[in-house]
Design a binder for this molecule. Structure first.
Ligand code: ADP
Ligand code: MG
Ligand code: ZN
Length: 480
């Protein structure tokens, strides 16, 4: 992709508009539940179905979540913001307007850093604002229906600067953003279910220039992979249009994951005129410094901070840190195992291979595993003390997973303690040497590979329990 762009002397300019459903219990302007999956139209009231004469009341939690998100994304929290009406007609919008924020959003001028090829890239965040979601149209064979349960569910809209340069960066930004929202508990980040949605804006310009070309906006992207795929397709399409001497038309396009293409939905001429105006039913929002300070104190340690700390405190490679800090429960599990005495690199290795594999294979959350961080720490201790070999440890690990027993108990019950008694090992080794005179001859003649053969034979004879280091030493001694 990059090669193709530079061939054409063009670079891509990308900006994202992201909607995140907030995890509040009730809606933004009424007391209705936001729970997902209820019978259609059972979570509604006169406010959220847009009856005349009712008044919206702002949910304090929504403001708290918006401020929290703004702080975590390095934004300025505006001391004075205001809601606005965005007017348009659609059957899932009973009031005929959506309450949103427009010229005075609650957060502005933030940024997030993404890490790519060992480098850090800063992506500006233009603004974050609060708004209400619309309902849902359901089209069936016997007709079309409207479900208003989602009407009034609080959303955050997060808008980036056009600072993103490649589809891969766009996907990394989405991942980083999702990780932070999940750390904060502000949004569950489920793109398939639509609680995190992304519209991608993209244009091309001569590489190295600073102006902005005409952009298109891609809607309907519902996975990280599709963010990348949709942008790749759209960039290719624009390159071709420009190469053929055409112009890019400013338009909204829909991503079709079946065909892997974007297709025109509406052009600038057909664009809505939303006739924004200040919402007369809600007073402007004034947020006191004190409250912002209180909210700042509730911020958890975020993925980037954790990553930095893991590198400095535990000397772990960036790759490990990135994986370990992606999800808060995984990071906390890691920290508990280290606290219980597991050496950080060993804990990290077990987690990145066996623990994450188990989680993926079984679709289990880390907190639901029968293996606790303390159990993993003990297992690592048993290997380090030489009580069991690394190979046996894998067996014990599987037993821990299925039985939930701690590693000491498993090692005791199954008699898995490593044989480190020189006398006992010597007997076994001698028998094996005696049984393989040819191989002994070749080893003595200098074929060092045969050491491995003999170690293997001893391990087989002892069912993996022999201390491999000692076996090695004894064989060498006997041969020389
Ligand atoms: P609109 O009014 O069409 O919604 P905005 O100026 O609000 O446009 O920007 C929407 C998003 O598009 C932002 O993320 C912004 O960074 C991005 N954007 C704006 N202009 C361009 C451009 N020429 N090329 C790529 N992205 C752009
Ligand atoms: Mg816009
Ligand atoms: Zn309601």
């Amino acid at each position: 992709m990059m090669k193709m762009l530079s061939d054409a002397g063009l670079e891509a300019v990308i900006g994202l508009e992201i909607h995140a459903q907030m995890l509040t219990e009730t809606k933004i302007f009424c007391g209705c539940s936001t729970a997902f999956g209820a019978e259609p139209n059972t979570q509604t009231c006169p406010v959220c179905i847009g009856m005349p004469g009712v008044l919206p009341v702002l949910n304090r939690r929504v403001v708290e979540f918006a401020v929290k998100t703004g702080l975590a994304m390095n934004c300025r929290i505006t001391p004075y913001s205001r809601f606005a009406r965005k007017n348009y007609f659609y059957p899932d919008l009973p009031k005929g307007y959506q309450i949103s924020q427009y010229e005075l959003p609650i957060c502005e001028k933030g940024h997030l850093d993404i890490h790519i090829n060992g480098e850090s890239r800063r992506i500006g965040i233009t603004r974050i604002h609060m708004e209400e979601d619309a309902g849902k149209n359901i089209h069936q064979k016997d007709g079309s229906y409207v479900d208003l349960n989602r009407t009034g569910v609080p959303l955050l809209e997060i808008v980036t600067e056009p600072d993103i340069r490649t589809p891969q960066e766009a996907a990394l930004f989405m991942k980083k953003l999702r990780a932070i929202l999940r750390y904060l508990g502000v949004c569950d980040g489920n793109m398939e279910q639509g609680s995190l949605r992304c519209d991608a804006n993209v244009s091309l310009r001569p590489a190295g220039s600073t102006g902005l070309g005409t952009k298109t906006e891609i809607k309907n992207i519902n996975s990280f992979r599709f963010v990348e795929k949709a942008l790749e397709y759209e960039i290719k399409r624009q390159v071709k249009v420009l190469r053929d001497g055409g112009d890019i038309i400013q338009e909204t396009r829909l991503w079709d994951s079946e065909t892997g293409t974007t297709n025109s939905m509406r052009s600038k001429e057909e664009a809505h005129d939303y006739r924004y105006f200040p919402e007369p039913d809600l007073v402007p929002l004034q947020i006191e410094e004190d409250w912002i300070k209180q909210i700042r104190e509730t911020l958890p340690e975020l993925p980037d901070q954790k990553m930095k700390r893991y590198q400095e405190e535990f000397g772990l490679p960036e790759y490990d840190c990135e994986i370990l800090t992606e999800e808060r429960p995984v990071a906390e599990w890691f920290e508990r195992a280290v606290k219980a005495g597991g050496s950080p690199k060993a804990v990290s290795n077990w987690m990145m291979t066996d623990i994450l594999r188990l989680m993926n294979e079984t679709g289990t959350e880390i907190t639901e595993l029968r293996i606790t961080p303390e159990m993993l720490a003990s297992l690592i201790g048993l290997i380090e003390k030489g009580t069991i070999s690394g190979k046996i440890a894998k067996m014990v690990f599987n037993d821990m997973y299925t039985t939930g027993k701690d590693p000491e108990t498993i090692v005791q019950e199954k008699g898995l303690v490593q044989i480190s008694d020189a006398g006992e090992l010597e007997g076994t080794i001698q028998e094996i040497l005696d049984a393989h005179p040819d191989e002994v001859g070749r080893l003595k003649a200098g074929d060092k590979k045969l050491i491995g053969f003999f170690v293997g034979q001893v391990m087989k004879a002892t069912k993996g329990k022999a201390n491999p280091k000692m076996v090695n030493e004894i064989i060498r001694k006997k041969i020389s």
